[in-house]
Ligand binder design. Sequence first.
Ligand code: ADP
Ligand code: TRP
Length: 331
Amino acid sequence: METVVSGIRPTGHLHLGNYFGALRNFTKMQHEHHCFFFIADYHSLTTHPTPEDLHGNIKNVLAEYLAAGIDPEKATLYIQSDVPETIELYLFFNMNAYIGELERCTSFKEKIRKQPANVNAGLLTYPTLMAADILIHRATKVPVGKDQEQHLEMTRTFGNRFNRMYGVDFFPEPQAFNFGEELVKVPGLNGSGKMGKSEGEGNAVFLADEPEVIRKKLMRAVTDSGPVEPHQVKPEAIENLFDLLKLVSKKDTLDYFEDQYNQCSIRYGDLKKQLAEDMILFTAPFRDRIKSLLSDDAYLKKVSSEGRDKARESAAKTIAEVRNIIGFKSF
Ligand code: ADP
Ligand code: TRP
């Protein structure tokens, strides 16, 4: 049994990309491993320093995590800011992380390009906070998408450096992990790239979207004027729609549209209508559960406070040992 940690920032609703890329993995892993899943609300302040409704966003993501199948009896589900021990470990890692290596991090370079007016120290130290999230439970497996590989590499660097500096073998080397399959990249609806909440309006289908919203998003999805030769190679926007059919539709449906495409008789309007209906069916159970969970404050409170207690218990053990290793001792 391995110890597993993963988190998602509460910067918007969870979408099908988060589901197929991360959450589906979490729900499978919770049966076999010792899992901690958390809502990375501290991290969200690096890009959204003054969120309009931080508590509301956290509540939505908590309900969406649960609706997607995370079982709080099996996994520890908690909110990052409920576990201050993480911040103490973050402080220790910051003492041993070099400005140069943090500045070279790809996600930092990308963020300073995206938000040149807010290049804050939290952005620079995003990787040390993420290392603290993972190593506070001394986790060995981290289910995340491909975009997080470099952060995992840095986590190993900080853990190994700590071990070397203090002459201990305390932190393990956590690895990015996908449940027996290759890493998934779910495409968005705007013709290119991945599905994401910051990839533009209408690009992502959220687990909580109402049927009418899904239909509208699909009608606006990018296509082209259609194939002109039989068995023509699909351009990216069309391939993306087929990739989405593969995720949510029946094989018959996929085969039907493949044939239509290959015979140049495809009508993208029909494909998009069918894809919308299949997404509506696929997300229906999530949508219903999200609604009922959001109206059950008592349950959300219970889940988050039990999660906090379990996470703090694990975190406190690590911090006590870390303090002892560094030399902080009580009189
Ligand atoms: P977003 O890109 O929407 O801001 P996050 O960065 O919060 O999403 O990602 C949370 C988790 O979901 C990460 O593990 C990430 O790898 C995964 N993820 C996000 N979008 C996709 C996608 N389109 N395909 C596969 N995995 C994804
Ligand atoms: N950086 C991750 C993302 O953007 C979120 C995250 C923060 C995380 N801390 C983590 C993921 C610890 C896994 C483990 O998706």
